[in-house]
Design a protein around this ligand. Structure first.
Ligand SMILES: CSCCC(=O)C(=O)COP(=O)(O)O
Ligand SMILES: [Zn+2]
Length: 216
């Protein structure tokens, strides 16, 4: 299915949801210094062909303007004529859609996600055990233990991409970039938001637990 077959209504639905999420996240201070990016898929998915709306690069994400999003294809190329540049991290979104077939991906930088990704870098994963909010990731087993994967971070963003298939864990709907931020995804915007919020809670928990543990 080509992008031309995607209806105006389908595009508006996606843009409406992204606008609401962006404004909600901005009000919670999730986009310091223009960091972070959001995307949502539109139309059907196959590994060979899919389209998504993504935030334009470098914008003040606390402001709402008609130039906040653009549609790109599975190679990150704009689907419509535009002067906007897709997020510099669009290649990461592309790879996550390709591998998971998810419907939405949200990326934010926070002090807690950056600190824990650095603290646990040698393990290449942040361990979390027995915390109730693991259920927010749709993992329901008793006393669950999870490892949230951490990827290398490079200024040259395409260099990050080859590590994604190696590190992605199909049970965990997110990956950390070392000292950078979290990517969380879900079937739709509702689920991706729930996952992102659960991850952020867990990162703060882990950080604070590490401090308490070392005081014993
Ligand atoms: C200003 S933070 C450095 C870039 C980054 O990590 C980010 O999330 C925002 O980049 P974008 O191109 O999506 O604005
Ligand atoms: Zn980033």
């Amino acid at each position: 299915m080509s992008f031309a077959n995607i209806t105006k209504e389908q595009k508006q639905l996606v843009l409406g949801q992204l606008t609401a999420i962006k404004s909600d996240f901005a009000s919670r201070g999730f986009f310091p210094g223009t960091s972070g990016n959001l995307s949502m898929r539109v139309g059907p998915y196959s590994q060979e062909e899919f389209y998504f709306a993504v935030t334009a690069s470098g914008k003040d994400k606390s402001k709402s303007t008609p130039e906040d999003f653009l549609f790109v294809d599975r190679n990150g190329k704009p689907c419509e004529s535009t002067s906007l540049k897709p997020s510099a991290e669009t290649v990461i979104h592309n790879e996550i859609y390709r591998l998971t077939g998810c419907g939405a991906i949200f990326h934010i930088h926070s002090v807690y996600n950056s600190l824990v990704s650095e603290w646990f870098w040698e393990r290449r994963a942040v361990p979390v055990k027995g915390v109730e909010l693991i259920k927010g990731l749709n993992i329901w087993e008793e006393d669950a233990a999870i490892d949230i994967p951490i990827l290398s971070n490079f200024a040259d963003v395409p260099r990050i991409v080859p590590e994604i298939p190696e590190r992605l864990n199909s049970r965990i709907p997110g990956i950390l970039l070392r000292n950078h931020g979290i990517y969380a995804w879900g079937r739709d915007a509702f689920e991706a938001k729930r996952h992102l919020e659960a991850f952020e809670f867990l990162f703060e928990y882990v950080y604070r637990w590490e401090l308490l543990r070392n005081r014993k």
